[in-house]
Design a protein around this ligand. Structure first.
Ligand SMILES: [Zn+2]
Length: 549
């Protein structure tokens, strides 16, 4: 027994001695020097499983899957499931009820006008003269963000940047105290900013703009990455009447020529995979020029890829364009990983990848396959309700707005005409609920009592704020959406819109698959737990302990 103990002791000493230098080298005990947040605009959770056999690298999405952690049942816990709310939820760990970003735009009940999520009349554009494209800031976000808390934890020594094609995809993730947010200006083809962040663009952004990458990317055209047979076997047909034509009415399918846009149509890049390339190149430039992750003070780089949303809206999730877009995005992410390894060092950074929302099938695609779905029209409903109210001897101006399924009453007019709220609710509800595609219309303030499964009515409660939400909320049937004759949309609580990917990789991340249910609002609390810092002020999510070492 004694000999056995001595042997054990010797063996343990040998093992611990052998491990000691290794643990110093691998740097596993120290905190990440850089957090990289990647939001893919409109990515469905099921895309990786559907597309993974076509990815040309194991170092893009598959690096997360094979070497990191995958949360397979990650959901959006509020409505509307749209871009601004999604970016806000990821970086505040909260929902519209608390962070205030109630939509991409909302009707403000106090100001009685439509407000864009990141509009800010007190600032001006930087990097483009006399344009309103830069009159933007995060002032409409009511709580702190992940970047704010990272900075608060070290007396604002951290560097925090946001980069995206869309203004809201850069500004909201970067947060209030960010060093910079840069978004793409479709008029000039340059990345711009606002005086909220500083008087002029950093030198590296001006240098990047000087290359005018959009023109050289246009010159390449958009060709398929793989053989045509791959797309034929895995997608809907290339050309369908229910797809939109964002690259010109005459260009309905592959290959797409883009050189006709050189020198003029700079907005077109958003609807091609090159919108992702240009954002990743900007992110890599930020990494090097701002020396992100170079010291022990944790920095944050928030990258949002908007092009999958533009491509998805036009062509739908079953299209050649979507599959090819993701094959090319996979290569872009692999390149980003290579830059992070080189610049920051493997194991010195932590990356999460998620989406702001997912997307429905194109309604006519669904119909073709006998799957329920169709269109409703918010503007049509508003017009019809106006006529109905006139017929009843009331005013057609009693409905101020219908926006992202919220119906806003004109309260000053209701007061002056002495219209009873309950009477108006009954008229509107009875009219809308008999329309095809409508499940029910609920009173927003009473959403907690709505006759819906608890999980779903809670998502309506989580999306409600008196200043920026409607009096009534329209719940569509599955597959129905406010949209156009071609293309598709998102915004509701059904799983096609609300089930999104969540992948982790790097310092502090435990490799594995997580199948328990978690929520988009858990991302920020998980990162703050990893860093040992305070959660964003309004965070309601919980840290996902299964992904942390
Ligand atoms: Zn969208």
């Amino acid at each position: 027994m004694r000999i056995y103990s001595i042997l054990c002791f010797l063996l343990l000493s040998f093992v611990s001695n052998a491990q000691a230098p290794k643990s110093i080298q691998s740097n596993t005990s120290s905190k990440p020097k850089l957090i990289v947040g990647i939001v893919i605009d409109q990515m469905r959770w099921d895309y990786i499983n559907q597309f993974k056999s076509h990815f040309t690298s194991q170092q893009g999405f598959m690096r997360f899957v094979n070497e990191g952690a995958s949360c397979n049942n990650n959901f959006i816990p509020y409505v509307p499931t749209v871009t601004a709310c999604g970016h806000a939820a990821v970086y505040t760990g909260s929902t519209p009820a608390i962070h205030g970003i109630a939509g991409n735009q909302w009707y403000d009940n106090y100001q009685q006008r439509t407000v864009y999520c990141v509009e800010d009349p007190t600032v001006v554009s930087v990097g483009v003269e006399g344009s309103s494209a830069g009159k933007m800031s995060p002032v409409n976000v009511w709580t702190t963000t992940l970047g704010d808390e990272i900075k608060l934890a070290n007396n604002f020594k951290s560097k925090v940047f946001g980069i995206s094609i869309k203004d809201r995809g850069a500004i909201i993730p970067a947060g209030h105290s960010a060093d910079g947010a840069f978004w793409y200006d479709s008029k000039s083809g340059n990345f711009i900013s606002s005086t909220y962040y500083g008087k002029s663009l950093p030198k590296w952004v001006t240098e990047f703009n000087g290359q005018h990458r959009v023109d050289s990317l246009y010159a390449k055209g958009w060709n398929l990455s793989l053989a045509k047979s791959v797309y034929e076997a895995n997608c809907d047909g290339d050309v369908n009447a229910y797809e939109s034509t964002p690259l010109g009415a005459e260009q309905k399918g592959f290959p797409y020529t883009l050189n006709q846009f050189i020198g003029k149509d700079y907005g077109k890049i958003s609807s091609t995979p090159y919108g992702n390339s240009i954002v990743a190149e900007m992110a890599e430039k930020a990494l090097v020029s701002e020396q992100l992750g170079k010291d022990d003070i944790t920095d944050l780089l928030a990258i949002s890829f908007s092009s999958p949303d533009y491509i998805g809206h036009s062509f739908g999730p079953n299209s050649w364009e979507t599959l090819d877009g993701y094959i090319k995005l996979d290569a872009v992410i692999a390149q980003l990983f290579a830059s992070l390894d080189q610049q920051v060092g493997k194991n010195n950074y932590t990356v999460f990848l998620t989406a702001d929302h997912a997307v429905a099938n194109i309604p006519d695609f669904s119909k073709k396959h006998k799957i329920p779905g169709g269109l409703i029209s918010e503007s049509g409903i508003k017009k019809e309700l106006g006529q109905l109210l006139l017929k009843q001897g009331l005013s057609d101006r009693l409905i101020s707005a219908i926006n992202e399924y919220n119906i806003h009453f004109n309260h000053p007019l209701m007061d002056s005409l002495k219209v009873d709220q309950d009477d108006l609710v009954k008229i509107v509800r009875d009219y809308i609920e008999q329309k095809p595609g409508i499940l029910q219309v609920i009173e927003s303030r009473e959403a907690a009592e709505a006759p819906l499964p608890a999980e779903l009515r809670e998502r309506i409660v989580n999306g409600y704020t008196p200043q920026r939400s409607g009096d009534l909320f329209i719940v569509t049937k599955s597959g129905y959406m406010d949209g156009y004759a071609t293309g598709t949309n998102h915004g509701v609580f059904y799983n096609y819109d609300a089930h999104i990917p969540l992948l982790w990789y790097g310092n502090g991340i435990k490799k594995g698959q997580v199948n328990s249910v978690n929520y988009m609002t858990d991302i920020a609390p998980t990162v703050t737990t990893l860093l040992g810092i305070q959660m964003p002020s309004g965070a309601i999510g919980k840290p996902i302990l299964e992904v942390l070492k």
